[in-house]
Design a protein around this ligand. Structure first.
Ligand code: BG6
Length: 461
């Protein structure tokens, strides 16, 4: 076979508790920032569809796990909802949540599907946000306690843990660019949130290891290779700063246990360093992961700024670079994102050459499509565009592996079309089409293709 993958390669997909479970204010679960934002500003959500309207995994878990099996998944990622497990964020554990997650984990294992469990997917409990969210060190401690409860309750069966999914997204969305609650735009608060998130990560990693549970713990980062517009030193420097801000701000602590000196110097120069305590460096050093999840959707095309920064304007990453649309780039016509398959290989190469070739896997890659029903024929969505997208990315992953990258698997975003934050159901990503009104699930053509590819552990062309 031309594209054969290593034995035991992880084939699967990913979702998250807040995007699939539903029952977002019942069965003992308390509100997250998403319930609260939807309550305050439903008009900010596509078609005013909020976090209650999902594919109802809370009720349909058994059938959905059967569907995972039908799609030949050997692994699947979802998350544990902090606000469901510990409704006040700290303290009492919700027995209904324990029963639910036990059933899900046991059923996955019974079906031969390895559970990959993430602990935080943008879903800060409202009770914790009201205490300052990630701006507060007390919340860092509360998160570590939540993580520890998860390890204690489920760690006998879950052997692949992740502390965070895309930790930069709540920073960007909630504190820089106004697409998550609490809709703050303030770089220094964003920097504190980012820093505290990585302290929380390191605490959870340290505590997990102290338990000696014979599993592994990692983090899932959305990496966006930053390509300069030209070899002109100003463009190269601009791309380097974008890389520092958006990739290395999380990648370096996760893989090296410390922040890049260049980033620290830049933030110090602009008086934007978050408050640190003496013991932080030693803690961060303990947060080096066993396994890195890579979410890859699109690259960043960077050029130097064409105008001088007004020094009176609020400090923002864009002080140092501009984005540009590369002429001739390939676009996803149904979502507006660039498609650059080689980016996935460049990430693997960078990890191999500059980060000691860590154990990693592709934890998300996917193609969102608006109005996907237009591609339905005889009752099935004919998403050949998605098959091409996956195949072309996998070809580059295959090449990375053949050159020595330790990439252990490929998970697609996502399994069943799911609720996606304020975009709700605007962009559909699933292997399985969801009819929201009837809750009917229908496997798309890409789901069939993926099932065959997973069964064969590769593909011909
Ligand atoms: C990923 C997130 O970055 O993008 C998911 O981990 C999200 O939670 C997905 O749903 C798709 O986002 P969007 O904005 O295209 O719906």
């Amino acid at each position: 076979m031309k594209y054969a993958f290593p034995q035991d390669f992880w084939w699967g997909s990913a979702s998250s508790a807040p995007q699939s479970e539903g029952e977002s204010l019942s069965f003992g679960k308390s509100a997250t920032i998403w319930d609260e934002w939807f309550r305050l500003q439903p008009e900010r959500f596509n078609q005013q569809v909020g976090p209650q309207q999902t594919s109802d995994f809370y009720r349909c878990w058994r059938d959905d796990i059967a569907l995972l099996k039908r799609l030949n998944h050997n692994s699947f990622r979802t998350s544990i909802s902090w606000a469901r497990l510990i409704p006040q964020g700290r303290g009492e554990v919700n027995p209904q949540a324990v029963a639910f997650y036990n059933q899900v984990i046991d059923e996955m294992l019974a079906q031969g599907i390895t559970p990959f469990i993430n602990l935080f997917h943008f879903d800060m409990p409202l009770a914790m946000q009201q205490q300052g969210g990630w701006e507060s060190r007390a919340v860092v401690q509360a998160y570590a306690e939540f993580a520890d409860v998860c390890f204690r309750l489920f760690g006998d069966r879950v052997k692949h843990w992740f502390t965070f999914n895309e930790p930069i997204v709540p920073v960007e969305g909630g504190y820089l660019y106004d697409f998550h609650y609490p809709n703050v735009v303030d770089f220094s608060r964003a920097a504190t949130v980012a820093y505290h998130t990585m302290l929380a990560h390191a605490l959870a990693v340290r505590n997990y290891r102290a338990r000696g549970q014979d599993g592994e713990i990692g983090i899932i980062l959305n990496l966006t290779p930053s390509y300069p517009r030209s070899a002109n030193p100003a463009d190269v420097q601009a791309a380097n700063i974008a890389d520092l801000m958006f990739n290395r701000s999380f990648l370096d602590p996760a893989l090296r246990g410390s922040y890049p000196q260049e980033l620290v110097a830049l933030l110090r120069q602009h008086d934007q360093l978050p408050p640190c305590q003496a013991e932080d460096a030693a803690l961060l050093a303990q947060g080096v992961v066993d396994l890195l999840g890579i979410n890859y959707y699109q690259p960043r095309r960077i050029q130097c700024r064409d105008s001088l920064v007004n020094p009176d304007s609020p400090f923002m990453p864009e002080w140092f670079f501009s984005h540009y649309a590369m002429p001739g780039r390939k676009m996803n016509p149904y979502r507006g994102w660039e498609i650059y398959e080689k980016g996935i290989y460049d990430i693997l190469t960078n990890l191999r050459e500059n980060y000691g070739n860590p154990r990693c896997f592709i934890s998300e890659n996917g193609m969102g499509v608006e109005d996907e029903r237009r591609f339905e024929q005889n009752g099935q969505i004919q998403d050949d565009y998605r098959i091409d997208f996956i195949r072309e990315h996998l070809q580059w992953v295959h090449r990375g592996i053949s050159e020595g990258s330790r990439c252990l698997g490929y998970h697609m975003w996502t399994f069943i079309d799911n609720w996606s934050w304020s975009n709700a159901y605007k962009n559909r990503y699933g292997f399985v089409q969801l009819d929201l009104a009837s809750q009917q699930r229908t496997i798309k053509k890409s789901g069939e293709w993926f099932a065959a590819t997973a069964a064969a552990n590769g593909f011909e062309e």
